[in-house]
Write a new protein. Sequence first.
Length: 356
Amino acid sequence: MKTIYPILAISGSDGIGSSGIQADIKTITDLGGDAMTVITCMALNHNNTMKWHMLHKDVIVDQARTIMEMAHPKAIKIGLIQHPHTIKALRDEIIGCRKIVCAPGIFASDGTQLIDDESIQAIMTYLIPESTLLMLRCNEAEKMLGRSITSNDDMIKAAQELNSLGAEWIMIRGGELAEGRLTALLYGEGKGHFFTSYNTEGWRKHGVGGALSTAITTRLGMGDNIPLAVKNAHEYVHSRVVYAVSNEKQSLRANDIYNEMMSLVAENYQQEHGVAFYADKLNITARYLSQVTDKTVGKSPKQVIADYIINEAKILLGNSRLTIQEVSDRLGFSSQTLFCKFFKNQEGRTPTEFRR
C-alpha cells in the first residue's frame, strides 16, 4: 500500500501558477506528497502591476486549524505571510508539527519588498524559533540582520546569527559574491556547506526559490534529514525548473555534465584541482570532459577549475583578514609559493599586489 505524506503549504495564491500555492501543489504532487494548503493572500494584477490582497487573520488561522486537526501534516512550508498578529496566531496553530520550513519571501524576484518591517520582526520572534529550516535570499538575510553580506565569511556569520534565533538549519541563497555565479550556504549542526552555480539565469528564474523550499519540505515529510532533503530537492529543481532555460544550441547531456562538474568543483576545490579527479567522479574520460566544457563555455576543464579557484582566492583576499599563507592553505595548495605562482599566471599580478 502506498504511503500518503500530507504536506502543508502556507502561502499566497498566484492565479498564473508560476509561484505561490499553485506552484507548491504541483511540486508536492510531483514528488509524491499529498498537497494541502492555507492561502494567506491573493495576487491581483492591476495595469501590469502585481499587488497582494492579504486575507484576514481569522480566515488564515481557521484554514490552518482545520488542516492540523484533520490531516496532521508531516511537514509544513511557510511562504508569504504578513501582519504580526496573524503570524503569531498561525504559529500557535502549527507549533505541533516537527518539520517546518520557513521561507517568508520578504522580497519578490524583482526586489520589491512584499512584507513590512513589523512582520519581519514577528517572523523572527514567532516563526524562526519553530523552524527546522529557515530559507532566505542574501538580500533577505541582509534585511533581517541589518548588515551587508559580501563574502563567504559574511554568509557563515549571518547563518550563525540566524541559527542563534532558534532555527535548526539555515539556508542562505542567491549570493553574488563573484561575477558570473551564485552561491548558497546550508548551515547546521555547527557546520556550513557551500553550493555554487554558474547558471545565474536559471536560479534567478521566477518561482525557483518557492519550488526549492516546497521540494525540501516534501522530502522532509517523507523522512529525509535536512542534508538529504536539500540534495533530493536540488536535483528535482535542477531537472524541472532551473535548467529548463538551457540554451537550445547545446545538448542537454553536455549541460547536465557541465553543471554536475561545477557542483563537484564547488564541493571539492579545496582538496582537488586536477581534471582527472572530476572526470572520474563523472564516470567519463578527461578527453570527453574537455569536449563538454569547450561546447558549453568555450574553455578547457583545467581553466574552468582554475577560474573557480581564482574567484574564491579573490574573495578571500579582498574580503577577509586571512594571510596569504592562510588563503593558500584554505584553497588546497601545498605551498604559498605555488599559490602565488598560480595566482600571478591567472591574474597577471601577485596576491600581495591584488590586495593593494
